[in-house]
Design a binder for this molecule. Structure first.
Ligand code: KIV
Length: 327
């Protein structure tokens, strides 16, 4: 999660982590034997649904993986139209759309409502549901029950959980054992930002970076199909990557991961303020929305809206009859 007023803007390294590598985009055509990405697909070839083998193959080929968050039908449609590979129904919804100032208040029922709406807007992207704080910490059984709800009630293809100590690795293994793919998340894990000392970059000492490495290994060993690296120095990511066998998706982790993820509201500017340093902004939708609503209010107040073209007509005879009826 990154769409927070105070999220890591103090990473210290100028220019850290904005965009990934170049390369092909989309997972559209198949190439015979492996049935995976064909970079030279013909235009207008329909996109194939993203699958876990396809994702692993993208890593193998060095084909950058694109992930974005979505929280509702319109954002899911935008993600789909943009041809992204992975869509995360992130618990960043707590701050981006529900107005909390951290991710901890959002609960599983909230996430299910959002995930169902996202499901209705997606066709090809793999949909990952974030397990919110409190829905998996207590036991492996609780984690499985929450993950099952995400799949069964919202149609998620996979779930994500945060943290990499022994407990999260055990939860990941349990959920994977129940047949549900799990994405891990290390580095800045906002659900535990208080314990991490705030919304700031992680892994900036050798010891701290080694801890992130061992957490990533534990999650990988627990069967996670992919990992998120959030807000860690780019050079640390570079050191870690040779040890990571599953796709690693970075957010504020530099260009060396297998893919990048950004929060929808950060990249489109649906927020106040600039946000964390690693965000590259591609639009200023909040400004557009504010301007649109102001213009509408002004039009109503000055009588410019509605105009004749916004009204319905009635036959003159019918109108005369109505007039007579009403007296
Ligand atoms: O909740 C979220 O949006 C996230 C991503 C940014 C990885 O966890």
């Amino acid at each position: 999660m990154s769409s927070h007023p105070d999220s890591p803007s103090n990473t210290g390294d100028p220019g850290a982590g904005t965009s990934g590598r170049g390369g092909t985009s989309g997972h559209t055509a198949t190439s015979g034997r492996t049935g995976v990405v064909s970079p030279d697909r013909a235009p207008n070839t329909p996109r194939l649904p993203m699958t876990l083998p396809l994702l692993a193959e993208k890593k193998r080929l060095g084909d950058p993986i694109v992930m974005v968050t979505a929280y509702d039908y319109p954002s899911a449609r935008a993600a789909e139209a943009g041809g992204v590979d992975l869509v995360l129904v992130g618990d960043s919804a707590a701050t981006t759309i529900l107005g909390y100032n951290s991710t901890t208040p959002v609960d599983l029922d909230d996430m299910l409502v959002l995930a169902r709406a996202v499901r209705r807007g997606l066709k090809t992207a793999l949909m990952i549901g974030d397990l919110p704080f409190g829905s998996y910490e207590i036991s492996d059984e609780q984690a499985i029950a929450s993950a099952v709800r995400m799949v069964k009630e919202a149609g998620c293809d996979a779930v994500k959980l945060e943290g990499g100590g022994p407990a999260p690795a055990s939860r990941a293994r349990a959920i994977v054992g129940a047949g549900i793919p799990v994405m891990g998340h290390v580095g800045l894990t906002p659900q535990s930002s208080t314990a991490l000392g705030g919304w700031k970059a992680q892994g900036r000492t050798a010891k701290a970076a080694a801890r992130i490495a061992s957490e990533a290994m534990a999650l990988q060993g627990g069967g996670c199909f992919a990992l998120v690296f959030e807000a860690i120095p780019s050079a640390v990511t570079r050191e870690l990557m040779p040890h990571i066998e599953v796709p690693a998706i970075g957010i504020g982790a530099g260009p060396d991961t297998d893919g990048q993820v950004l929060v929808f509201h950060d990249l489109l500017g649906i927020r106040d303020g600039l946000g964390p340093r690693f965000v590259k902004r591609y639009a200023n939708i909040q400004q557009e929305m504010n301007a649109g609503v102001s213009a509408y209010a002004e039009d109503v107040r000055t009588g410019r809206y509605p105009g004749p073209e916004h009204g319905y007509s009635i036959d003159a005879g019918e109108l005369a009859e109505l007039h007579a009826l009403l007296g």
